[in-house]
Write a protein that binds this ligand. Structure first.
Ligand SMILES: Nc1ncnc2c1ncn2[C@@H]1O[C@H](COP(=O)(O)OP(=O)(O)OP(=O)(O)O)[C@@H](O)[C@H]1O
Ligand SMILES: O=P(O)(O)OC[C@H]1O[C@H](OP(=O)(O)O)[C@H](O)[C@@H]1O
Length: 195
């Protein structure tokens, strides 16, 4: 029997307003796909303490981030909310080899992310405005002032495009989570049978 032919994979970029549930939806998918070696949940490099929030990231100081950036460690990096974020460059090889990679992105950095990676799919996680405020307050990762700043953040309208799937997470996490899982499965299938 012939070995199964594999083609380059896709980077699935999860974006959306603060509090919409990007990390929660990704966490749901990470549990669902725990046994899948072909799906990679990208660990971002962030200048945020490692014990803040649920996202598993590589926590670095501002100086360490700068040194990594100068050394070419990032495929894409951006700043928001007073923090620096980087997507490690080495995930490109893994995607090239056929893996589906999933990363928590940024709406503002989307043009740079699209430019840096060949095949990109965007999952825009949304929730009603009143829901966002309530969730951020309840989460308690930021103080009240930072929460208000997050709610007010304006982002240029760069999210639209044929590569975007909107996932409304105003309701139960399982509903949005299952929709996201289905999107990931679609892209895994494409890396085996390209259109
Ligand atoms: N469907 C849901 N129902 C109820 N609570 C939810 C749901 N989705 C997420 N949450 C809660 O809302 C809060 C914000 O979710 P999460 O941290 O996943 O959002 P986020 O989009 O990653 O936000 P940020 O961009 O600020 O990191 C968390 O406390 C999370 O547990
Ligand atoms: O507003 P936009 O540009 O979409 O996103 C800006 C940043 O905010 C969120 O990070 P965090 O984990 O909430 O700090 C996103 O993941 C991104 O890094």
């Amino acid at each position: 029997m012939m070995a199964e032919e594999r083609h380059g994979g896709t980077l699935i970029v999860v974006v959306g307003p603060s509090g919409a549930g990007k990390d929660s939806v990704m966490g749901f998918a990470a549990r669902h796909f725990a046994q899948r070696p072909d799906i990679l949940f990208v660990r971002r490099v962030i200048t945020r303490p490692s014990d803040a929030g649920s996202e598993v990231h590589e926590s670095v100081s501002a100086a360490e981030f700068e040194a990594m950036q100068e050394g070419g460690a990032f495929a894409v990096s951006w700043q928001a909310h007073g923090l620096s974020y980087g997507i490690p460059r080495d995930i490109a090889d893994k995607i090239e080899s056929g893996m589906t990679a999933i990363v928590n992105g940024s709406r503002a950095a989307l043009p740079a992310i699209r430019a840096a990676f060949g095949k990109v799919a965007v999952a825009l996680v949304t929730a009603d405005a009143s829901v966002l405020a309530k969730r951020l307050a309840q989460r308690g990762r930021e103080n009240e002032e930072d929460v208000l700043r997050r709610l007010k953040r304006q982002v240029p309208d760069v999210v639209a495009g044929p590569d975007v799937t909107v996932i409304d997470n105003s309701g139960r996490l399982e509903i949005a989570g299952q929709r996201f899982v289905a999107l990931v499965e679609q892209h895994c299938a494409k890396s085996h049978h390209p259109a």
